[in-house]
Ligand binder design. Structure first.
Ligand SMILES: C[S@@+](CC[C@H](N)C(=O)[O-])C[C@H]1O[C@@H](n2cnc3c(N)ncnc32)[C@H](O)[C@@H]1O
Length: 392
């Protein structure tokens, strides 16, 4: 990427929580600097309506992105606007020490990992650490090798295993193999060119291994996991109760017999059950979270993420689109307990009011608000929660 270590550090500090809706600053304990919300102008509101009608144009936008060399990839934009791996790791460690304790958590599994940024950061944090990532999207996994894993050095590369597959069928997931020498070579070339990303669409360099021992089975040589996590509301991708329980059973089996935790996040509040559009300005682009109507019978909605690139004057609409079921906290707790988890804990924080965000400049409410373990919490306009399942 051609950025100096100093610049990288500054960016890390400024990068705020992965939260899709607002991405408020939160580093799990250390202070972070927040970013301001860009208020929707009338022009934006008009554009809002336009967006809803232009599904066909969307496809065009995405394919244009693939051919362009002057634009960062959608994965790069996503990581910049949505993720905050240091904050997540800080909370993961805290939860592990609180509910299991007695040892340092070393082995992480990141389910629904996408570009596995969290796993990459996990490996950096301790040379003994290992990470396993699982995702259905081979393009995201390949991008991870070429843009995240290539930056952590050969030793750390050897401590991560990415699997291409469905979290509901972990036995079928295949280890993705990538030539390490290629990675190091490409990283050097990209550094000297100052490129933003490698070509994200080129999945041919990554190969899914069919050999025995390269699956995510119980007999695999991978160490039992201390922590399994599913972030950025990924469990909402599972829409049936029986699937959620099946998934939690697989997680329970992957955790260490010495004790381990599962951590997922979820969002809610009155604003989450209606149409909503929020946007946030970053130095080079604006990130837009768009929520479609909410079906109160199936508790489902569609979330779309759009990006507007300032310099290029170009919009990447529907860069990511998800069809989600918004699980309630008690539903999640029941499913975790049915899957065998011994106890379930809720860590919640109130998020800035989405109505105020439309009427005031900047983001003050909610900034630096920490998560708290709670057993009751009155409904708000918006909140975010970590749900921690403990297996002992
Ligand atoms: C909301 S994104 C989250 C990505 C990443 N965890 C993060 O924190 O940003 C959801 C991810 O889950 C993946 N996914 C959805 N359903 C899945 C499934 N059944 N098994 C594995 N991955 C799945 C998608 O490909 C996508 O990368």
């Amino acid at each position: 990427m051609g950025k100096s270590g100093k610049k990288q550090k500054k960016k890390q500090e400024r990068r705020s929580r992965r939260d899709f809706k607002i991405n408020d600053s939160d580093d799990g304990g250390e202070d972070g600097l927040g970013e301001s919300i860009n208020l929707p102008s009338e022009e934006d509101e008009e554009e809002n309506e336009e967006t809803e009608d232009d599904e066909e144009e969307v496809v065009e936008d995405e394919s244009v992105e693939k051919g362009r060399t002057d634009c960062p990839s959608k994965f790069h934009l996503y990581q910049e606007s949505v993720q905050s791996p240091k904050g997540d790791i800080s909370y993961l460690q805290k939860f592990f020490l609180m509910y299991v304790g007695g040892r340092t958590p070393l082995h992480l599994q990141e389910d629904f990992c996408g570009t596995a940024l969290l796993s990459t950061e996990w490996l950096r944090s301790d040379p003994r650490r290992t990470a396993v990532g699982v995702d259905l999207d081979l393009e995201a996994l390949t991008w991870c090798f070429e843009n995240n894993i290539n930056k952590i050095g050969a030793d750390a590369c050897s401590r991560i295993s990415l699997f291409h597959g469905n979290v509901l069928q972990p036995m079928e997931a295949k280890l993705v193999k990538y030539d390490l020498q290629d990675l190091v070579k490409n990283a050097t070339i990209n550094e000297s060119k100052g490129c933003l990303d490698s070509a994200p669409e080129d999945t041919t360099k990554a190969q899914c291994s069919d050999s025995a021992g390269n699956e995510l089975t119980e007999n695999s040589p991978l160490p039992a996991r201390d922590i399994v996590c599913a972030f950025n509301y990924s469990c909402c991708c599972l829409q049936k109760r029986k699937d959620l329980i099946l998934y939690f059973e697989h997680v329970h089996r992957a955790l260490s017999r010495k004790g381990g935790i599962f951590v997922m996040d979820v969002y809610g509040g009155t604003s989450s059950e209606q149409k909503l559009r929020l946007q946030r300005k970053f130095p080079n682009f604006t990130y837009v979270w768009e929520q479609a109507e909410f079906d109160i019978i199936r508790r489902t909605t569609r979330i779309s993420l759009h990006f507007k690139l300032h310099k290029q004057q170009w919009k990447l609409r529907h860069a990511f689109s998800y069809s989600w079921r918004l699980w309630s906290l008690p539903e999640i707790k029941d499913c975790l307990e049915e899957a065998g988890f011994q106890s379930v804990h809720f860590w919640i924080r109130r998020m800035p009011d989405t109505r105020e965000m439309k009427n005031s400049i900047g983001l003050s409410a909610g900034r630096n608000v920490k998560y708290e373990e709670l057993s009751t919490f009155q409904q708000q306009d918006a909140w975010n929660a970590y749900v921690v399942g403990v297996a002992k």
